[in-house]
Design a protein around this ligand. Structure first.
Ligand SMILES: NC(=O)c1ccc[n+]([C@@H]2O[C@H](COP(=O)([O-])OP(=O)(O)OC[C@H]3O[C@@H](n4cnc5c(N)ncnc54)[C@H](OP(=O)(O)O)[C@@H]3O)[C@@H](O)[C@H]2O)c1
Length: 240
């Protein structure tokens, strides 16, 4: 059956690949981002199935724009929050850290909070968040990015427990990718276990379909996440 799906942060990368894969199997998809021309190009590939709204998640239009997109789609079954930003911040640059937190924490929570309450009223729905394997431990290269992703993953866990307690048909999928070959993964060729974006997207879609609570993308990154958590601080500090 055709579903109504919003992907926040779908003008490029993982969000774009997911939007095209969902539309290719007949779902109605609402995509968002700040770069209008990219959103228009994506819509042109499936004009009757893809709608878009252009907005910055760090601004004050998130809810208004999501509501507009829902009326264009005629409802909402699943929202994917893929919008995110990160850069190395080795000198602990405040401009970088601020942009990371306003996007990955403030923007994220406003959308996730609103979506959860929307689905509570509706009685069913799915939320998927693209966090990161970086959520598992502190990072000296980008302390704010790792912390912002830990925020996303922990918030998702809280929502999963809340949905269960409420006995609602609401499912939360927290996705922790390793490296995926997108604009965000600068110099991707030198990164290990870097996944093509279409492959990562396929695995994410399958995990959401199966109502998985937590997944690593690609699957082998489960091992890295476990190792990151198991390593004692005195060893981890040499890597992190
Ligand atoms: N690539 C990786 O290796 C990797 C690994 C782990 C986790 N992730 C996570 O995966 C998610 C998607 O990233 P990606 O790899 O697909 O990179 P990407 O191609 O840079 O995509 C990021 C998306 O987020 C949107 N976005 C960023 N800041 C925004 C803002 N302030 N307002 C609205 N939209 C915004 C971008 O749209 P506009 O620029 O048009 O606004 C774009 O559509 C991110 O949350 C990232 O942290 C990526």
């Amino acid at each position: 059956m055709s579903k109504k799906i919003i992907i926040v942060g779908a003008s490029s990368g993982i969000g774009e690949a997911m939007a095209l894969q969902y539309a290719a199997i007949g779902h109605k998809v609402g995509i968002t981002g700040r770069r209008t021309a990219l959103l228009q190009n994506i819509k042109m590939q499936f004009p009757s199935l893809i709608e878009y709204e252009c907005f910055d998640v760090t601004g004050d239009e998130n809810i208004q724009k999501l509501e507009m997109l829902i009326s264009k789609l005629g409802g909402l079954d699943l929202i994917v929050i893929s919008a995110g930003w990160g850069r190395p911040s080795e000198t602990l640059n405040w401009d970088i850290d601020k942009k990371i937190t306003t996007t990955n924490v403030n923007g994220f929570i406003e959308i996730a909070n609103w979506s959860f309450n929307y689905f509570v009223k509706q009685g069913h729905g799915k939320i998927a968040a693209i966090s990161s394997v970086a959520a598992n431990r502190g990072s000296s290269y980008s302390p704010a990015y790792a912390a912002s992703k830990a925020f996303e993953s922990i918030y998702c866990e809280g929502l999963s427990i809340k949905a269960r307690k409420l006995k609602k048909e609401i499912y939360i999928t927290c996705i922790e990718p390793g490296f995926v070959n997108t604009d965000m993964a600068h110099g991707g060729d030198k990164m290990f276990w870097i996944a093509p974006v279409e492959k990562a997207s396929r695995q994410i879609i399958k995990a959401i379909e199966k109502k998985k609570r937590k997944v690593y993308i690609t699957k082998r990154w489960w091992l890295i996440a476990k190792l990151m958590r198991l390593l004692p601080y005195w060893i981890y500090r040499k890597l992190g």
